[in-house]
Design a protein. Structure first.
Ligand SMILES: Nc1nc2c(ncn2[C@@H]2O[C@H](COP(=O)(O)OP(=O)(O)OP(=O)(O)O)[C@@H](O)[C@H]2O)c(=O)[nH]1
Ligand SMILES: [Mg+2]
Length: 294
């Protein structure tokens, strides 16, 4: 009698990097946070919120998708930081498995879109067009049709709301469909490339951007100097660096009102996320050269 060995087919494990690109403010970081289910990246209504490449990991039975948030592409000739961030976003387009191009239907297709499309056309990986902000009323989504027409250049198109977590599941499924077979790159419960200090700094920076007027964002940076975890409390020391003493005054505010507001908002978010009491010590320093180190 011949024995027939039954070999069960091993389910394939898919893994890879999905880079999110798009104009500043289109909602890339919001989408990253929604896809991963954890607030990793800072989100504000101001352009150039994201400065560093942030990974967000989504583990499912099918495999591991690593979403890569990038600084928004912003075409502003007289803004040196914009140039640097645009370069960083382009750098993130190397060695990837998929692209999510996130667009905002309330903004006309402009120089930023044309620039991004010209880069995307040269890439031979699956590309998904994400038309975000679907929750907004029709009259605000004035350019929806223009973006829909770009669909033919993409392997799939989704209209969704990153903010309200609408129509996200079909996108996730498509992302996994396009992912190659691969090995898990992030182990255990690790879901990002940024460390705790950097993440805390990002929470604080987000609160500053939300609290202050338009011009300030480009001139600040946050550094976490110390994190001390005690049994019942975490003591965090952080400094806000700004290139100009004018901004230092604005951040502190009249009678320290603004810095207090920033501190409270940051502390609340950190306490919720870390599920522990936080003592946050915030200082403001002028440092003309932080942009060179950014
Ligand atoms: N109505 C609506 N607003 C959204 C949606 N997604 C993002 N936003 C808002 O759009 C603004 C920009 O969101 P971000 O996620 O910071 O955008 P970004 O593309 O990461 O921006 P940069 O980091 O500057 O490139 C914020 O005010 C978000 O709340 C959405 O689905 N619907
Ligand atoms: Mg962002």
């Amino acid at each position: 009698m011949t024995k027939v060995k039954h070999i069960e087919e091993k389910p394939t494990f898919k893994a890879g990097f999905i880079t999110m690109v798009g104009r500043s403010n289109s909602g890339k970081s919001t989408l990253l946070n929604t896809l991963v289910g954890t607030k990793l990246a800072a989100v504000t209504h101001k352009p150039q919120t994201t400065r560093d490449i942030i990974h967000g990991v989504l583990n499912t039975v099918q495999g591991q998708a690593i979403f890569v948030d990038t600084p928004g592409i912003l075409k502003e000739r007289h803004n040196p930081l914009a140039g640097k961030l645009t370069e960083r976003a382009q750098e993130a387009l190397k060695e990837i498995d998929e692209i999510l191009y996130v667009v905002d239907p309330t903004k006309a297709i402009g120089a930023e879109e044309r620039f991004i499309l010209s880069i995307l056309r040269k890439l031979e990986v699956p590309k998904i067009l994400v038309i975000n902000k679907s929750d907004l009323p029709e009259e605000e989504k004035k350019y929806l049709e223009d973006y829909k027409q770009l669909s033919e250049e993409f392997d799939a198109t989704f209209e969704l709301s990153a903010l309200l977590n609408r129509h996200i599941q079909p996108l996730k499924e498509k992302v996994f469909e396009f992912l190659p077979e691969g090995e898990q790159m992030y182990e255990g419960d690790q879901i990002t490339n940024i460390g705790k200090g950097k993440w805390i700094a990002e929470v604080i920076r987000e609160k500053i951007l939300l609290a202050l007027r338009k011009e300030v964002p480009y001139s600040i940076n946050v550094e976490v100097r110390d994190i001390e975890e005690k049994t019942d409390i975490i003591v965090i020391e952080a400094v806000i660096l700004t290139s100009d003493s004018r901004y230092k005054k604005m951040i502190i505010g009249a009678g320290g009102r603004s810095i207090k507001e920033i501190g409270i908002a940051a502390r609340k978010e950190l306490e919720t996320a870390l599920n522990k009491k936080i003592f946050l010590e915030l200082e403001v320093e002028t440092d003309r050269h932080w942009e060179d180190r950014a």
